[in-house]
Design a protein. Sequence first.
Lengths: 425, 132
Amino acid sequence: MRSLRCDVAVIGSGPGGLAAAIAAKEHGAECVYIIERAEELGGILQQCIHNGFGLEVLGADLTGPAYAQHFINRSYDIGVEPLLDTMVLDVTPQKRIYATSSQNGIVEIEAEAIVLGMGCRERTRGALAVPGTRPAGVYTAGTAQRLVNIEGYMPGRRFVILGSGDIGMIMARRLTFEGATVERVLEIMPYLSGLRRNYVQCLQDFGIPLQLSHTVCEIKGDRRVEAVVSTAVDDQWQPIPGSEQLIPCDTLLLSVGLIPENELSRQAGVEIDPVTGGPVVDQGMGTSLPGFFAAGNVVHVYDLVDWVTTAGEIAGHSAAEYALGRAKPVTHRLRTVAGDNVRYAVPQWLDPEALSLGTQRLQLRVSHPMEHKVRVVIEADGEPIWHRTEGYVRPGEMVTAKLPPNLYDRLRAAQVLRVSVREPQ
Amino acid sequence: MREREPRADHTDKVSLICVTCPVGCPLEVTVDGSQVVTVEGHGCKRGPAYAQDEITDPRRVVTTTVRVCGGLHPLLPVHTAEPYPKHMIFAVLQELRGLTVTAPACVDQVILKDALRTGIDVLASRDMPEKR
């Protein structure tokens, strides 16, 4: 068995992992491995060939592969060592990684610090429990994206897309470009779940109908999908009898949400937040296990890649500090909790001492859209300490609260930070 | 073409969603023929500029793939260097469908110069190494 040692090992080379590996190097870690199961770096960005990446971090409107290329080049320039075609099988709490590759067989990597960067997975038909037969022709939108954009196969000719997530809408346009017909996009919620600009440039531009408060209640077909049955739903998401419509098609794409991928984190014993599906983290992206950090969509699913990069940089920086023995021991931490109309807030733990180093960000997702002015309010042990007015909030768009260093005195002895989104006063 | 709602003073009212950034501001635009008279609802100065372009000359960045010979993958992702005239999107896709690039290719390499005489090049979106 081949054995390797390093300061920082990063598992996954998507935008979070790449940013973490680069940041770890920049902050003094000497040996940084980035472990990737595919034959090249970049992760899912390589199949996201549309533009719209990089406006926040690079000040340029790039395609997914071009955004990845920027960070891949940077990682090579700074001396990050890639382990490609290498699949991590197990991670121990003692920070030993066991991986396998066709070239090297089983590889053992002993790391001073580990960054988890496994990204997320798509919800599948099984998670939705759509009734009907089980023919070929039901794909998640991301699988179809890989087939069309990387491998060069069309998974069908006549599509129905369930879910108005960004990947689903982007695939509606992509499939139209490649000559397929997209009959319609169905969304069970009464509002769009992806970005409105994707509705405009992916659906509206090509006359693809979107039906809100609709879902698929049956898949028909013997060997291959022959049709799906759509239905309107009421405000309890229950099908409304009599509203069913038969839509002939040969393929159903599912774009119904992403879940952080944490099989390895669980194996290692990292505490997982049941709401986000990702590790419970502190402001430095440190998890419940000493020396384990988490970067990007593995923590919670971001809406912009730019924020994944930013989160990865924080994780990589923290991992380098830990590996080099420079991390300060934590003496006190506040727990952040979700209040009114907040589904979750990240990080779940905040060390008030971090405020002495600079502004700290809390990111939150709301449960319900509010299409008017709202107040984002943060309370420490019941006392309001911070608020901001937002023009609107939507579940598909994360809200960021920046806590300034001058809050240090108010937070030093507090226990609980409650984050709420309320009607304006 | 978007629906126009005629108004008493011969102008039309058009509702747009700005696609310049992820916020997606709803824009209410008054149009006289092809001239934008007023824009409301924008959160920044890019909104009115988008409305003007969208009414007179709508454009989109076009992203697709072209065939690669001898590359790590069979396809190379490509994009137009600038937003491309919307009414020519399917024509440029057809043009690109007929192309084959030989690996290796380099990010931002010109794949199709002056695509359909628009003055806009189509560029490679990534490096494409040769198959090992």
